[in-house]
Design a protein around this ligand. Structure first.
Ligand code: COA
Length: 260
């Protein structure tokens, strides 16, 4: 696939996907969502990619939301389809990816932008970042999982206030809320995020993927997360990574995981 709206860069086992529509503050139009789906899918299948970082180009925005110009004239059916398609192709897809995804939030993360950051497995923000779900100012509600993931991350009361008031919070507030794990100067954002990604990349990809499934199970209807944990814990014992990890420990050397 030829990408027109995103860039992909490899740094050893880390892949950096950059949304690249800076003149539109990286707003998510249909084409960008499709390209992101393809890129995440491709990187996930590539065994040499151990961690994916998602970020935005320019110094101003991570993503300033869904592309308003694309849906301003939509009907009820088209609106529903937009949310359903987007959730399937990108937001649920990223959340359930086997490969860890870190959002490096480098500026405005609004609407679909914050929803994308929240779909990532965790978030790191630059000190100039601003986050919010301003959909109600447009007469619509968050449609890419925001009403579900924001309360999971910050608690119901804070989520209700953010959604109803449409106010943006700064990165320090986001850190206090537990929405982002770290706040760093903008110039250091990528380097800092890559530092954490490198640590993750040294660990067993199979175990990490099983851990992602188990953690996510807590937020899925009709699924008992403890049972998924027991199942995935048991499964680990049949993997080459487990043999390598335990053998390396006993031999007092660093494990060299193959992700099998
Ligand atoms: N959809 C489509 N285009 C968008 C966009 C979006 N969500 N967010 C920004 N843009 C475009 C602007 O239309 C403008 O394009 P233009 O130069 O062709 O007119 C360009 O990006 C720059 O944005 P601008 O508004 O001029 O920048 P600003 O610094 O004055 O304001 C924001 C920055 C983020 C506060 C403002 O762009 C904004 O409120 N964006 C919409 C946020 C939103 O409601 N998102 C939720 C969507 S569901």
């Amino acid at each position: 696939m030829n990408y027109e709206n995103i860039l992909i860069e490899k740094d050893n086992e880390i892949s950096i996907i950059t949304i690249n529509r800076p003149t539109k503050l990286n707003a998510l139009n249909k084409a960008t969502i499709e390209e992101l789906h393809h890129a995440f899918d491709t990187e996930d299948k590539d065994k040499s990619t151990r961690v994916i970082i998602i970020t935005g180009s320019g110094e101003k925005a991570f993503v300033a939301g869904a592309d308003i110009s694309e849906f301003a004239h939509f009907s009820v059916e088209e609106g529903g389809k937009l949310a359903a398609q987007g959730q399937k192709l990108l937001f649920d897809f990223v959340e359930n990816l086997s490969t860890p995804v870190i959002a490096a939030v480098n500026g405005f993360a609004l609407g679909g932008g914050l929803e994308l950051a929240m779909s990532a497995h965790f978030r790191i923000a630059s000190d100039n970042a601003k986050m919010g779900l301003p959909e109600v100012t447009l007469g619509v509600i968050p449609g890419y999982g925001g009403t579900q993931r924001l309360p999971q991350l910050v608690g119901k009361g804070r989520a209700m206030e953010m959604i109803m008031s449409a106010s943006m919070i700064d990165s320090e507030t986001a850190k206090n809320y537990g929405l982002v794990n770290h706040v760093v100067p903008q110039v250091k954002l990528l380097e800092f995020t890559k530092g954490i990604a490198s640590k993750i990349a040294k660990n067993s990809p199979v175990a990490i993927s099983n851990a992602i499934t188990a953690v996510n199970a807590n937020y899925k209807d009709g699924i008992n997360g403890y049972e998924i944990e027991i199942k995935n814990f048991g499964k680990s014992f049949g993997t080459a990574d487990f043999k390598e990890g335990t053998t390396a420990f006993l031999e007092k050397r660093k494990a060299d995981f193959k992700g099998e």
